[in-house]
Design a protein around this ligand. Structure first.
Ligand code: F6R
Length: 365
C-alpha cells in the first residue's frame, strides 16, 4: 500500500534509508574490516584468483554497474568492464580465464540480462547475480549472488533498487580489496563510510520541498543536460534517465568535460544543465565546466555539498546534499535527481508510477 504517499515512486525514494540498512545488514564485518556475503558460492581461493570482472545489466542497473566499475577498480585494483547485456549476449568478446561475471538486475527477469549470463556461463565463466527479487529467473540461473533486500519496488522507475545496487557493489569492492591489498585500517574506514549512507540519504531527503520549487521553475524545459565527472558521471546518466522515462522530457547525461565536444552546442537560455558537483577531487574541474555553460547563457541547477562557499555565485539554483565520503557519494547525490524527475513529471501531468511505453520488467529482448 501507499502508506500515505501519493505515489509508489515517492514512497520508494523515501524508503531508501531503510533499504540501504537492509542491504548492509549482516554484511559488514567490523572485526575483520571486510564485507561478508552468504551466497557467492565460491571459495576464498576462487575469489582470490579473480583477475577480471564483467558487470552487465540494462538501464538503471547498467548505471549502477558504472559505479561498481569505479569502486572495484579503485578499492580492489581488479580490471572491470561494464557491458550492456543486450550487446554482450550477441557479441563475442574474448573473456580471459578467471573472469567473474555479475548480472545486475532489480527484477531478476530482464531477458537480455538473463541471456547474457546464460551465454557467459555456457562458456564456462562463473556468473553471479546482484538482484532484488528472491527466486527470480536470473537469481536461479546464476551460480550464486547477492540479494539487495530492498523490498518490492513497484514504481516503474527504479529508485531504491539503484541505491541498494550501489551499496552492494561498494561492499563487494571492499570485500575484493580486503582479500588482496587493502589494509585492515583502510577496511575499517570504508566500513565507517558505508555506515553513513542511510543517515546521509535521510538528510538529503530534506531537500524535497526545495526541489519541488526548482521543478516548478524548469517544468517547461524540453531539453535538460545532466553533467558530472568520475563517480558522479553515472549519477548524471541516471538523473537523465529518470527524467526521460517519467516526464518524457529529453535529457542527456554526459561527463562534464566531454560536453564541449558536442553537446555544448545545445546550450542556450532555454536548456538548463544539472551539475552534480559535490566536494571531491574533481570539484574545481567541474566548476570550470559550469562556467563554460554559464558563459553561453545556460541556466544551471547544481547539486552541491551543503557548505560549498562558491556555488551560489555560479549556479542559478542550488540543491544541497550532505558532505559525504566519495564511496557513498553516488548513493546520496542521486536522491535529489530522483525527486526532481518526480516533481517535474507530476507538474507535467504524467503518471509517475506507470509511465507510457514502459514495463516494470522487460521480459522480451
Ligand atoms: C529505469 C528502469 C529500467 C530498468 C531496466 C533493467 O528506471 O527501471 O531502466 O533498470 O529495465 O531492469 P532490471 O534491473 O529489473 O533488470
Amino acid at each position: 500500500s501507499l502508506q500515505g504517499y501519493d505515489h509508489y515512486m515517492l514512497k520508494e525514494i523515501y524508503e531508501q534509508p531503510e533499504s540501504l540498512r537492509n542491504a548492509m545488514r549482516g554484511r559488514l564485518d567490523e572485526e575483520n574490516a571486510t564485507a561478508v556475503f552468504g551466497g557467492l558460492n565460491l571459495t576464498p581461493q576462487q575469489l582470490r584468483s579473480v583477475e577480471r570482472i564483467i558487470l552487465t545489466g540494462c538501464g538503471t542497473s547498467w548505471h549502477s554497474a558504472l559505479v561498481g566499475e569505479y569502486l572495484i577498480e579503485e578499492l580492489a585494483r581488479i580490471p572491470v568492464s561494464v557491458e550492456y547485456a543486450s550487446e554482450l549476449r550477441y557479441r563475442n568478446p574474448p573473456i580471459e580465464n578467471n573472469t567473474l561475471v555479475f548480472g545486475l538486475t532489480q527484477s531478476g527477469e530482464t531477458a537480455d540480462t538473463l541471456a547474457a549470463l546464460r551465454e557467459t556461463k555456457r562458456k564456462g565463466h562463473r556468473t553471479l547475480a546482484i538482484c532484488n527479487v528472491v527466486g527470480s529467473s536470473i537469481a536461479q540461473a546464476a551460480d550464486g549472488g547477492v540479494y539487495l533486500h530492498a523490498g518490492p519496488e513497484i514504481g516503474v522507475a527504479s529508485t531504491k533498487a539503484y541505491t541498494s545496487q550501489c551499496s552492494v557493489l561498494a561492499m563487494l569492492a571492499l570485500y575484493f580489496g580486503r582479500i588482496r591489498h587493502l589494509s585492515y585500517e583502510a577496511g575499517t574506514n570504508i566500513i565507517a563510510d558505508l555506515m553513513k549512507a542511510p543517515g546521509a540519504v535521510q538528510e538529503a531527503l530534506a531537500c524535497n520541498e526545495h526541489v519541488k520549487t526548482v521543478a516548478e521553475k524548469y517544468q517547461n524545459a524540453t531539453n535538460i543536460l545532466y553533467l558530472g565527472r568520475q563517480l558522479n558521471f553515472p549519477t548524471a546518466l541516471e538523473g537523465a534517465l529518470k527524467l526521460k522515462e517519467i516526464s518524457y522530457v529529453h535529457a542527456e547525461g554526459y561527463p562534464a568535460a566531454e560536453m564541449k565536444h558536442g553537446p555544448i552546442a545545445l546550450v542556450d537560455e532555454t536548456t538548463p544543465s544539472v551539475f552534480i558537483v559535490p566536494q571531491g577531487t574533481t570539484y574545481d574541474k567541474v566548476m570550470a565546466n559550469m562556467e563554460e555553460v554559464k558563459a553561453r547563457g545556460g541556466p544551471i541547477i547544481a547539486v552541491a555539498s551543503k557548505d560549498d562557499p562558491h556555488i551560489d555565485a555560479v549556479a542559478d539554483d542550488v540543491i544541497h546534499i550532505p558532505d559525504v565520503p566519495s564511496i557513498i557519494q553516488p548513493i546520496v547525490s542521486v536522491v535529489p535527481l530522483q525527486l526532481l524527475s518526480y516533481h517535474i513529471a507530476l507538474l507535467r501531468g504524467c503518471d509517475v508510477d506507470k509511465p507510457r511505453n514502459l514495463a516494470k520488467s522487460v521480459t522480451v529482448e
